[in-house]
Design a protein around this ligand. Structure first.
Ligand SMILES: NC(=O)c1ccc[n+]([C@@H]2O[C@H](COP(=O)([O-])OP(=O)(O)OC[C@H]3O[C@@H](n4cnc5c(N)ncnc54)[C@H](O)[C@@H]3O)[C@@H](O)[C@H]2O)c1
Length: 440
């Protein structure tokens, strides 16, 4: 009986006897695996990256948000294991797919990881199983890409034999107040039965689930969130460029506007967008819409403004050096902070890479410091973090603050430097009207 399959699975999820497989144990998958294990589920992480698999099996975390103290006991108690062997899926009743969704060099979505992960689990799909896609992607992916690969390989019927849903990951790396556990989880199934099962699955481990009526609504909700951020950052970046022309302090303008207790949300300008989500996910949406003969104008405009920011920053470096009668060529420039946002080690899509590349292209001698990033590699160059920060601050012609990590003593850096380009207002009031500080 169809309902027996569903009810049996719900029973296993409710009593937490279901084995959970997390496909892709990176920034999203590892915290999710830990969250399910902390709730009492046995979890197996499946990832082709053997270094990650070995680290997990040793109880060692490679993700800043998960400590060894958190992971090791779960591994020791057999609640978390990892493997590169997808046949482990045959023993699982619940699967969450957390694989990357980057862009190709052409700017089009690269769905190859979702396709390959789906094809790897398909041979092991069995009756009484729930599969949830978590990777950020365009609306329709779960139904158009994942569903046919699972049902054709297994000859099983969705909503009867197995259950398929989409639930976007919303984790904000480095954040302590909202984690995988207590960030509300939107979930939408391919069928109502899929929604029901997936909601039970996630509600057994997470503080709050938010059911929606379809996988497409869940997919689109994630894109609305990230598009909202991307467009607002684009707007405030354009504000920074307009204030620059007007000779008005954009930071003071933003702080003043933010005193309005309603109808305004504060965003701050910076050297460009970074990370795996905000610069990328909205382009999945605009790509999909192009295939429907619709141009997502807000997304394209914000993307254009945001990608101009590294160039704007380089202009500011040139202006600063100019006031000291120095050319950019052969000047030594220290980039302070290269991760895409404060207090994390993630370099993906970081604007620091573009700023460094542009500076190098103009003949500058570029070095960098970041407490979280020991080395960085670009297609054409690689750099190692300078060993002695303060010696370098004194030595260089200009310091460019790209990422405002909390660990830096900005006042000491200000005192010791000749010139600072502050793209984050890290110096606050001390940078205002200061002849050796150029602000965005
Ligand atoms: N990092 C974030 O802050 C964040 C936040 C929200 C949503 N997301 C989304 O979550 C998804 C995963 O992102 P992430 O940051 O965890 O990426 P990640 O690169 O840190 O981790 C992905 C993992 O998947 C593994 N993988 C690659 N191909 C695989 C395959 N075929 N089968 C199994 N595993 C495979 C990789 O080895 C890697 O360990 C993306 O769609 C991303 O947009 C990320």
């Amino acid at each position: 009986m169809d309902t027996d399959i569903k009810n049996n699975l719900i029973g296993k999820l409710t009593e937490k006897s279901a084995l959970v497989a997390v496909i892709g144990i990176g920034y999203v998958g590892l915290p999710l695996a830990v969250t399910f294990a902390e709730a009492g589920f046995r979890v197996i992480g499946i990832d082709p990256d053997q270094r990650k698999v070995a680290a997990v099996n040793r109880g060692e975390s490679y993700i800043l948000d998960i400590t060894n103290e958190q992971l090791a006991p779960l591994v020791k108690n057999g609640l978390v294991t990892a493997t590169s062997d997808f046949s482990a899926v045959k023993d699982a009743q619940a699967v969450s797919i957390c694989v990357p969704t980057p862009l190709r060099k052409t700017g089009d979505p690269d769905l190859s990881f979702i396709v390959s992960a789906t094809e790897s689990i398909a041979p092991y799909l069995h009756t009484g199983m729930v599969v949830v896609l978590e990777s950020s992607t365009y609306p329709g992916t779960t139904r158009e890409l994942v569903l046919p690969r699972l049902s054709e390989a297994s000859h099983l019927t969705v909503g009867k034999d197995f259950f398929l849903a989409f639930s976007p990951e919303r984790v904000d790396p480095g954040r302590k107040d909202f984690t995988t556990y207590n960030t509300p989880k939107v979930i939408g199934g391919i069928t109502p039965a899929c929604s029901e099962v997936a909601n039970v699955f996630y509600s057994m481990a997470l503080a709050k689930v938010v059911p929606v009526t379809s996988a497409e609504v869940a997919e689109m909700a994630k894109l609305l969130e990230n598009t909202f951020r991307m467009i607002n950052i684009g707007l405030v970046n354009e504000m920074a460029m307009m204030c620059d022309r007007l000779g008005v302090d954009v930071w003071e303008v933003i702080d003043a506007a933010a005193t309005k207790p309603f109808g305004f949300m504060k965003f701050t300008p910076g050297p460009g967008l970074g990370g795996h989500c905000i610069p990328i996910d909205p382009l999945y949406l605009s790509w999909k819409l192009r295939s429907l003969n619709y141009t997502a104008r807000f997304i394209e405009l914000a993307s254009e403004i945001n990608t101009q920011m590294p160039r704007f920053v380089v202009g500011k470096v040139q202006d600063g050096l100019n006031s000291f009668k120095k050319p950019l060529k052969d000047s030594r420039i220290l980039i302070l902070g290269v991760a895409y946002k404060p207090d994390i080690d993630d370099m993906r899509e970081s604007p620091a890479l573009d700023v460094i590349h542009l500076l190098k292209g103009k003949g500058a001698d570029v070095v960098y410091h970041d407490p979280f990033v020991p080395s960085i590699t670009h297609d054409e160059w690689s750099l190692k973090c300078v060993p002695d920060l303060m010696a370098e601050v004194k030595n260089v012609d200009a310091v460019v603050i790209i990422t405002n990590h909390k660990t830096y003593d900005y006042m000491a850096i200000l005192a010791a430097s000749k010139l600072i380009i502050d793209t984050r207002n890290a110096l606050g009031a001390a940078g205002r009207d200061n002849p050796k500080v150029v602000r965005l």
